[in-house]
Write a protein that binds this ligand. Structure first.
Ligand code: SAM
Length: 383
């Protein structure tokens, strides 16, 4: 099997840190319904359909597909996830005939059929062989069927990455995993309360996003790269967040859809930087440079987690100062976030105790850290 940091980490710790708050199942399903509506798939489209879901974890998100009347084939290699998923489906009295669980990776799965809806939520950007997996999944989408994946880019991840860096400065002298979880949870608890609609426990969120080595994958999967991977007979259906517009005439089958989507991505991607911002457009060159600089900062931040070198922190400070001007063009709050991050790092380097909640932008802001993408396979061959 390929080197897969998720499976190594989850397996080693015996965890599946993906539980969602189900205290009100209607609220949970309404969130799922909104996601799929943004993707152009109303939940009625699941009724009586064959769904393939890869990496369902403990099945919390899958539950909605089953309650909407879908029949699910679930590919999940993590034993803890599989056990929790079976328990969850029993709790909600899902008939056993409505799902099958294959306890293996998608690479190992021997799939014979094509499915109406194929889903891989929340892990492809963080594993190196995402191209191979998208290609395999595409071969199992029926004509007229749809596929949903998740994408992440360095800009959307930037705020979280900087908070993660600060957290790892706090953790640098703490090798013990349980203590790390405690310190990181204390650091993030108050901050996560500012995210509207947050439905995961701070502890599991921290384990999955701050301590999970998979989060440090260099080769992320952004929407543009994902669009490029899909074979020609797949067309764009929707995205969450909905950043794309399309003024083409429906009869114009030769409209260069992908090229248009790439163009829009290149001038709009910076909007993923911070949740709550109004849309702005940047010249392509500025946006490209901004992304490049943010990628360099991300690499240094990842390196810091291994080496704990002050030189890297100095370098990050300099690079943060260099992107402040572009951040200001996007929104003053983005520039404030950068200034506050620099100040926090400076203080921590000096060994000062920092009252994080007083850095209001740093403390209360979050990025639009992941995007979902849906693609539909042509019903008829015409290309
Ligand atoms: C972060 S969890 C996401 C769970 C769920 N889809 C969600 O969005 O909440 C990633 C899941 O993908 C699974 N996974 C990772 N690599 C996989 C692979 N190669 N094949 C199938 N599942 C995989 C993990 O075991 C884990 O359950």
């Amino acid at each position: 099997m390929k080197n897969n940091k998720y499976l190594e980490f989850y397996g080693e710790k015996g965890i599946s840190p993906v539980k969602q708050d189900l205290s009100d199942i209607n609220i949970h399903c309404a969130k799922r319904e909104k996601l799929y509506r943004q993707l152009g798939i109303p939940c009625i489209a699941f009724e009586g359909k064959n769904i393939l879901e890869v990496g369902p974890g403990s099945g919390y998100n899958t539950l909605a597909f089953l309650l909407w009347g879908g029949a699910c084939t679930l590919i999940e290699p993590n034993k803890t996830g599989v056990n929790e998923m079976r328990k969850l489906f029993d709790t909600y009295k899902i008939p056993n005939d409505n799902y099958t669980i294959e306890e293996c990776t998608i690479e190992e799965a021997n799939l014979q059929e094509e499915f109406d809806i194929v889903i891989a939520e929340g892990f492809l950007p963080m594993i190196d062989n995402h191209r191979e997996i998208i290609e395999k999944l595409s071969r199992h989408v029926k004509r007229g069927g749809v596929i949903v994946i998740t994408c992440i880019d360095s800009i959307g991840l930037f705020l979280e990455q900087m908070k993660k860096l600060v957290c790892h400065i706090l953790l640098k002298d703490t090798p013990d995993y349980e203590t790390q979880v405690k310190i990181a949870t204390e650091f993030f608890q108050g901050q996560l309360q500012h995210i509207k609609g947050m439905s995961r426990s701070p502890e599991e969120w921290v384990i999955d996003n701050i301590l999970n080595p998979a989060a440090n994958t260099i080769n992320l999967l952004n929407i543009k790269d994902a669009l490029e991977i899909f074979p020609e007979q797949f067309s764009f259906l929707g995205s969450s967040q909905r950043i794309f517009t399309d003024y083409s005439w429906y009869k114009d089958l030769f409209y260069q859809e992908k090229e248009e989507l790439f163009l829009q991505y290149k001038i709009k991607r910076h909007n993923f930087l911070m949740a709550g911002l109004k849309e702005t457009i940047l010249p392509e060159k500025d946006s490209e440079l901004f992304e490049k600089e943010i990628e360099e900062i991300r690499r240094d931040a990842i390196e810091y987690e291994k080496e704990h070198s002050i030189v890297l922190l100095d370098r990050i400070e300099t690079k943060l100062a260099a992107i402040r001007e572009t951040a200001l063009k996007i929104d003053k709050r983005c520039a404030d976030f950068i200034e506050e991050t620099i100040e926090i790092i400076k203080n921590l380097k000096k060994g000062n105790k920092v009252a994080f909640e007083t850095y209001r932008t740093f403390y209360t802001s979050s990025g639009r850290s992941q995007q979902y993408l849906s693609m539909v396979r042509d019903k008829v061959s015409w290309r």
